[in-house]
Design a binder for this molecule. Structure first.
Ligand code: IMP
Length: 196
């Protein structure tokens, strides 16, 4: 595969766009996002695993734009809950719920449980004219019993990464990105694209 000049990110999230632009631009790669295309359909994330959803989004956007397309999907996998909420992390407490609702449900499910180990897992899918590629990033840690910290989003206030005492919501975004599931998956993708 030749190094692409443009990559489409299948997301409209300004943080993800900014973060990825910063690492791709020095490689001479311009990043477009779903914000550059108005008449696209919403891709429903209805696959049973993170790989399926990431690939579904990347395939749709590759077909729609003709550009090499990148998509990610993330889940929080809690051991004592057999990997839940996993692929359902965004809607653990139901459709249209807030981050706080999901965190509260998680704390309820874990109340009285001693084993609180968990991991965030991100799958990044990259679809081009010549192939489909998957990159995985994992961050292990544990779920504490009360929320701490104001930064970040989602389950950050109750997730303490391995080797740390602070939650993700207490770490700066730079510190979090260095060790996070998404940071690690993106790092693998950047390595791959740098060598193309
Ligand atoms: P997405 O695939 O990035 O949209 O993530 C799905 C869901 O996982 C989000 O709605 C959050 O609840 C959760 N999530 C993803 N990444 C993180 C993170 O870095 N910290 C905390 N929660 C996250």
């Amino acid at each position: 595969m030749d190094k692409p000049k443009i990559i489409l990110l299948a997301s409209g999230n300004p943080h993800k766009i900014e973060e990825l632009s910063q690492v791709l631009n020095p490689l001479g790669i311009d990043l477009k996002s779903t914000r550059n295309f108005e008449d696209a359909e919403e891709v429903i994330e209805d696959k049973p695993d993170l790989e399926g959803n990431a690939l579904k989004k990347a395939r749709y956007w590759h077909q729609f734009t003709g550009l090499p397309s990148l998509a990610d999907d993330t889940g929080l996998e809690v051991d004592v809950l057999d990997g839940a909420p996993g692929v359902y992390s965004a809607r653990y407490a139901g459709e249209g719920v807030t981050y706080d609702d999901n965190v509260n449900k998680l704390l309820k499910e874990l109340s009285g449980k001693n084993n609180r180990t968990a991991r965030f897992r991100t799958v990044v899918a990259f679809v081009t004219d010549t192939g489909e590629y998957l990159f995985e990033g994992i961050c292990k840690g544990e779920i504490i019993s009360e929320k701490r910290g104001e930064k970040g989003f989602g389950y950050d206030p109750v997730f303490v990464p391995e080797g740390y005492t602070q939650t993700f919501a207490e770490l700066s975004s730079d510190e979090k990105n260095k060790i996070s599931h998404r940071g690690r998956a993106v790092e693998k993708f950047i390595e791959f694209i740098s060598e193309a």
